[in-house]
Each structure stands twice: as C-alpha cells, then as structure tokens.
Design a protein around this ligand. Structure first.
Ligand code: ACO
Length: 333
C-alpha cells in the first residue's frame, strides 16, 4: 500500500472533524465531497449555505449534504465567538468592534471553532496566501507548549526508491519561518523528526544542511547550523541528528563516507533540515519539478492543533491528501 493510501486508511479509522474555510472554492468543495464519500473526516464548511449548495449542485456533488455548513455572516453563535476572540486578543489592542468584524472572516472563524473544540483541525490556502491562513492560526490556536516556532515540512515522494526510506525524504522548513536562529532551527529539526515518525512511520535520520561539511567552510551561516545541530542533539539525545553537512554528503553514501566518515546518517539521511526558508522553499520546488517528486504538504508542525496550508496551485487530490494528514495529526495529538 502506498504511503498516501495508508494515511487515508488511518484517517478513516478516526472520527475527526476538519474545517474547510474556503467552501466556495471549487477544488475545495470537490475535495470535501470525496472526503465525505470515503469517510476520511467529518467536514465543516464555512460559507453561505445557499451558495455552497448551489455550487455542489452545479458539479453534481452528492455528499456535501453530510457536511455541517456555517455561514460566518449569519451564524447564531457569532457573538459568543466574537467575545472569545476579543478575550484572546484584547491584550494586543483588539477592540470588540474589530472582533465582531473578524469573526465573519472564515479564516478567523475556523481557528475559533478549533479553539472551542467544534473542529479538530483545518485545511485552507487554495485561495488565500500562506500568511493570511497562518496569522489567525498563530493568534488564536498558538503553538504547542514549549514550542516557539511553527514550521512546514514536505513529504517528498521520489521516483527513485533508493533515496531516504523507500523513496521518501522529509524536507523542512519549506513554508513558514523565513530566518530561524540556531535555537529555532534546532526546534524545527526536532519537530520534523517527530513529524517523520508520526506521519511517515519511519525512524528519522536528520541532516542539518549547509554549504559546508564538518567545518569545510567558515562563515556565520555555517556556525548557525553547527550550533543548531548541537542544541537539537542536547534536546533529543536519542535522535539521529547530524550536521552541518552539504546535501550530497547527506544523501549519497560514497560522498557521506568520504566527507563525514564518523557520521551515523551521512549518505542515508531521510530528513533534510534547511538553514532558512529561502533554501527550503526553493529546494523542495526544484526537487518537485526537476526530479518529478510528489510533494505532500506543507505539513505544519508545532501548532497546538493541526492547521495546514495548501499551495494555491493545489489539485483536488492534494486537498484530500492534506485533510487525511491533518486527521492523522489530530489523532496523534
Ligand atoms: N511560529 C509561531 N508563531 C509565529 C510565527 C511562527 N513561525 N511567526 C509569527 N508568529 C506569531 C507571532 O508571535 C505573533 O503572535 P502574537 O500576535 O500573538 O504576538 C503573530 O504570529 C504575528 O506575528 P508577526 O511577526 O506580525 O508575523 P507576520 O504576520 O508578519 O508573519 C508569517 C507571519 C505570515 C508566517 C510570515 O512569517 C510569513 O509570511 N512567512 C512566509 C510564508 C510564506 O510565504 N511561505 C512561502 C509560501 S508556502 C509554499 O510555497 C508552500
């Protein structure tokens, strides 16, 4: 069974509710129909009930009736949710009036539903930019205790099965935090290792990437990665984390043996932690396009509840897959 099939199968065995705030986006509604048909999750759709039903009818989507549809503008619990938002954000200067307006924004209401226990997770981003999906999530749902930074991992499914574990290599951070310091990078490494265990189901071997291997280049950027490696190892002494190293040292056995012969992971890494968002985002897109890898994610890690952001170029299948992953994350919480 493929990794995605097994993730979907696990999701079907759970009873989790996922909120889709972009209900009037065609791919999202088509994905919701498949999810409901296959029983991957219970679904809450945010949008005008008449418009959702109209769009479903136009596309012959027969399972949308099983979803809970909430119209954020005409929601009977709107005042209670506005009060909740005001309580969470008044220390940041949010007024009651601001809260009443924001609660009508599906991206805010989705996070408030999660905070209130009416949903277990969220998937959005088919029609909204990453920042607009993430900001309400950071403000309302916040990070897990002890975690300061949310990051985004991609599960890269390679055509050639000799990479990573059976062709699966996890990349991070490719989606969220532009310029992590050494402490934040260490957190990202540990979170990505945990995501790899939880979602891919394999033991992580984490390479902390740089343009230097074992001090071959001297630069503050290299020092940051070496420091992050040290901190990550102190945080999780039982995990296989090594660096700083170049990508070929991490992935190619002959080069790993030559450049880092004492390393447990050089030449056989299955998790690649990039030094910055710039390198991570460019790196995953290059591998996706030039090597034809399937890029599943970004799987956001470190949030107190699973909220995942789609690329605006996503397909219906991408949305179904990300909802299944979100259910698995919610189940593993
Ligand atoms: N983890 C946890 N919390 C965070 C993070 C983070 N990585 N970044 C910001 N926050 C919190 C802040 O602490 C703050 O909380 P508070 O208001 O309670 O104090 C709140 O979020 C807003 O913080 P700002 O610094 O004002 O954050 P801003 O809104 O400027 O930016 C954002 C956050 C949107 C995530 C920004 O870092 C960003 O745009 N990142 C890049 C996202 C992106 O474009 N990715 C590439 C595309 S994705 C793809 O290709 C798959």
């Amino acid at each position: 069974m493929s990794l995605l099939d097994s993730i979907k199968k696990k999701a079907i065995a759970q009873d989790k509710t996922i909120v889709l705030p972009e209900a009037l986006e065609e791919r999202t509604l088509k994905a919701a129909d498949i999810i409901l048909k296959e029983g991957i999750a219970r679904i809450v759709l945010l949008g005008s009930k008449a418009a959702v039903k109209d769009l479903a009818g136009k596309h012959g989507l027969e399972h949308i009736d099983k979803a809970r549809i909430i119209d954020p503008v005409d929601f009977e619990e709107k005042d209670a949710y506005a009060d909740m938002l005001y309580g969470l954000r008044k220390h940041k200067g949010l007024t009651k009036d601001d809260a009443r307006k924001l609660v009508e924004d599906p991206l805010y209401l989705a996070t408030l539903l999660i905070k209130n226990g009416a949903a277990d997770g969220e998937v959005a981003g088919a029609m909204n930019a990453t920042g607009d999906v993430l900001r309400p999530a950071f403000q309302v749902v916040k990070t897990l205790p002890g975690i300061s930074v949310v990051s985004g991992a991609f599960i890269m499914i390679m055509k050639e099965k000799h990479w990573g574990d059976d062709g699966i290599v996890v990349f991070a951070d490719c989606a969220v935090h532009p310029d992590p310091d050494a402490n934040e990078l260490a957190e990202i490494a540990v979170m990505t290792a945990k995501t790899t265990r939880a979602i891919v189901g394999v033991e992580p071997r984490v390479a902390m990437l740089s343009f230097s291997t074992r001090g071959s280049a001297k630069h503050p950027m290299v020092d940051k990665v070496a420091e992050a490696t040290k901190i990550a190892r102190e945080k999780e002494p039982g995990m296989l984390i090594d660096g700083e190293m170049q990508a070929d040292t991490a992935l190619v056995e002959a080069i790993g043996k030559k450049k880092a012969p004492d390393s447990d992971i050089a030449g056989k890494a299955n998790v690649l932690v990039f030094p910055s968002l710039e390198s991570g985002n460019i790196g995953y897109k290059l591998v996706q396009r030039l090597a034809g890898a399937e890029a599943v994610g970004p799987v956001l890690q470190g949030m107190a509840a699973p909220i995942n952001d789609l690329s605006r170029g996503c397909s219906v299948d991408d949305i179904v897959n990300l909802v299944a992953i979100t259910v698995n994350q919610a189940a593993g919480k």
